[in-house]
Design a protein around this ligand. Structure first.
Ligand SMILES: O=C(O)c1cc(=O)[nH]c(=O)n1[C@@H]1O[C@H](COP(=O)(O)O)[C@@H](O)[C@H]1O
Length: 268
C-alpha cells in the first residue's frame, strides 16, 4: 500500500480516537458535575454545578438546572409585582409540586413544606400577608377577600388565622372573610383533569354588595391564574374591582429542553 495512504489512515484513526476520547471525558465530567450537584444543598452552588453538567451534555441535570434558576426562565419573579389581566399580583416564592421533590434543594423543599402547612392551616401566613401587602401598597379602603376553596372547612382552616389578624389590625369594612357563603362542595382544582378549564363548578356566592370597592385577593398558590379570573368575574358581578392579588407561592413551570440548554449556554 502507498506510504501516504497508510499515514492518512493512521491520522484518521488517531483523530477518531481523540474525538471519541474527548466525548468520553465530557460525558464523565457531566456525570461528575451532576453527582456533585446532588451532594450540595447550597442553592447557588447547585445552580452553578448543574449548569456545568448541562453544558457537558448531562440530560439528567436539565431539571435541576432549570428549577434552581427558575427566575431566569420565568417573566414573573418572587416579590416583584406583575400584572395579570389588569390585576397587580405578587407571590413570595416558587412552589414545586411533589414530582420535582428530588430535583430541588433544601431551601426550596422547606418553602414547599411551609406552603403546604399554610394550606392545611398549620401556619398563620401573617408574615407572607404583611410582606406582600407592603410590596403592593394598596389603598387603605380596599376590601381583602380570600379565594374560595373546594370546601367551606378548607376555607376556614386555611384563612381563619388571617381573618383573626384582619379583625385585630384592619377596619371591619376591609375584612371580606365573611363575604363568601358556601352552597356545597366541589372537586379540588388540582384533581380536575383540565387545569386550564375556564369555569369551575360554583360552590359559593358573594353575600354582599361591593359597588365601587377595590378588592385585594389572597390565595395560597398561583398556577394558571384561572381561579383568580373566575373569582374576579364574581366580584365584578357584585360591582367590585379586583385591583391586587397576593399569593404565597407560584407553581413552577418546567421550561422546555432547548430553553434550558440555551439559557445554560448564555448565562455565566
Ligand atoms: O389545592 C389545590 O387545589 C391546588 C393544588 C395544587 O397542587 N396547585 C394549586 O394551584 N392548587 C389550587 O389551585 C388554585 C390555583 O390554580 P390556578 O387557578 O391554576 O391558578 C389555588 O387556589 C390553589 O390552592
Amino acid at each position: 500500500m502507498d506510504k501516504a495512504l497508510i499515514i492518512y489512515f493512521i491520522l484518521l484513526a488517531v483523530t477518531v480516537a481523540a474525538i471519541r476520547f474527548a466525548f468520553y471525558c465530557l460525558k464523565k465530567a457531566g456525570e461528575a458535575y451532576f453527582y456533585a450537584t446532588q451532594l450540595t444543598s447550597d442553592q447557588s452552588l447547585r445552580g452553578k454545578l448543574s449548569r456545568k453538567a448541562v453544558l457537558a451534555g448531562n440530560k439528567a441535570a436539565y431539571p435541576i438546572y432549570a428549577l434552581s434558576n427558575l427566575a431566569e426562565f420565568d417573566s414573573h419573579k418572587p416579590m416583584k409585582p406583575f400584572k395579570f389581566k389588569g390585576v397587580k399580583c405578587i407571590f413570595t416564592d416558587y412552589y414545586f409540586p411533589n414530582r420535582y421533590r428530588s430535583d430541588i434543594g433544601n431551601e426550596q423543599r422547606f418553602f414547599c413544606d411551609e406552603l403546604l402547612e399554610f394550606k392545611d392551616g398549620k401556619r398563620n401566613g401573617y408574615e407572607f400577608f404583611m410582606n406582600c401587602m407592603e410590596a403592593l401598597n394598596p389603598e387603605d379602603d380596599c376590601v381583602i377577600m380570600f379565594m374560595p376553596c373546594s370546601k367551606n372547612w378548607h376555607y376556614k382552616r386555611r384563612f381563619s388565622a388571617l381573618n383573626d389578624f384582619l379583625e385585630d389590625y384592619y377596619p371591619e369594612s376591609s375584612n371580606g372573610y365573611k363575604f363568601i357563603t358556601y352552597t356545597g362542595e366541589r372537586e379540588s382544582l388540582h384533581l380536575t383533569k383540565d387545569r386550564t378549564k375556564k369555569s369551575l363548578e360554583q360552590n359559593y356566592y358573594i353575600n354582599c354588595d361591593l359597588t365601587g370597592k377595590k378588592v385585594v385577593v389572597v390565595d395560597d398558590l398561583f398556577t394558571t391564574g384561572c381561579s383568580l379570573l373566575n373569582f374576579k368575574k364574581e366580584i365584578e358581578k357584585k360591582g367590585g374591582k379586583v385591583a391586587y392579588a397576593l399569593f404565597l407561592g407560584k407553581t413552577c413551570q418546567m421550561p422546555d429542553k432547548f430553553d434550558i440548554w440555551f439559557t445554560a449556554w448564555c448565562n455565566k
